[in-house]
Design a protein around this ligand. Sequence first.
Ligand SMILES: Cc1ncc(COP(=O)(O)O)c(C=O)c1O
Length: 325
Amino acid sequence: MLTDELPRVPIAHLPTPLEPLPRLSEQLKGPELWIKRDDQTGLATGGNKARKLEFLVADALAQEADVLITGGAAQSNHARQTAAAAAKLGLGCVLVLRGEPPAEIQGNLLLDVLLGAEIVWGHDEPLNAVMSQVAEDWRAQGRRPYVIPYGGSNAVGAAGYVAGMEELLAQCDERGLHFDWIVSASSSGGTQSGIVVGARALGYTGRVLGISVDPAAEVLRERLSGLATATAEHLGLELTFTPEDFTVSDEYVGAGYGVVSDREREAIRTLARTEGILLDPVYTGKAFGGLLDMVRREFFDAGERVLFWHTGGIGGLFGHRDDVL
Ligand SMILES: Cc1ncc(COP(=O)(O)O)c(C=O)c1O
């Protein structure tokens, strides 16, 4: 395996299921739709961060860290899965969350608290600066903090999705399947860049499309190419990437990060009611809403096979109750 040499802690439930979406495909009369269930990776309700955390936590343990520090939005899935990983391994966890404490503790934030994480509110300070300060404070108390960047998206974390791509292609081999497209939500970039590094290294011939939930396509492509090149180097692969190597759509960002519109609501209801699968409003609802629109606009040929890589986020569904109803 491409990631064999890297330290890894097996904390995710892998391999995740690869399933067809027959009722939805029939309803849409477009390409054959499939789903990769990374909403089932474990770590307190699943999601893409579990794959990254297998490598990030191993790196933290190799450095003898005793507390994990990370940051994100108040309803961050990455924060919640980091809190679960820390609890499972007996490490401390501090989550620096953007903004002010909300009136009601719900969704991922509720899970963070139950998992025993310490919450530090970032107010309007830059998250990275607050995380560095928190790490400094813990160090001053004789502790050994390990800071995980926003979204777990550095070369160490993105290796999780190189391994994810190996897992997917092994499942495809076993079942005689080929996907013309792999579509997922994209934001801090670790997921898409890991998939693309794996795709290039393993000779996958289909296309990988990231649907941005926030950054402009140009900004995201730049981020993805830097991250993919760093990830390849981390794995000892002689591969370099440019922004042109990445297919990204920012057409579905809508009113911005975490703003839930009719598109996300319709996507969540459609997948729930045709296939019994839940999406979240911030990431997968946005990306799947984009995918549904592309299918309806006949972007894909009817003979193509399209995989939606579900990246989880179910905790966020409960944190946005009023938006999704
Ligand atoms: C549920 C979910 N899907 C997708 C993403 C985007 O993944 P990445 O940040 O690796 O681009 C995130 C990131 O926070 C997420 O929580």
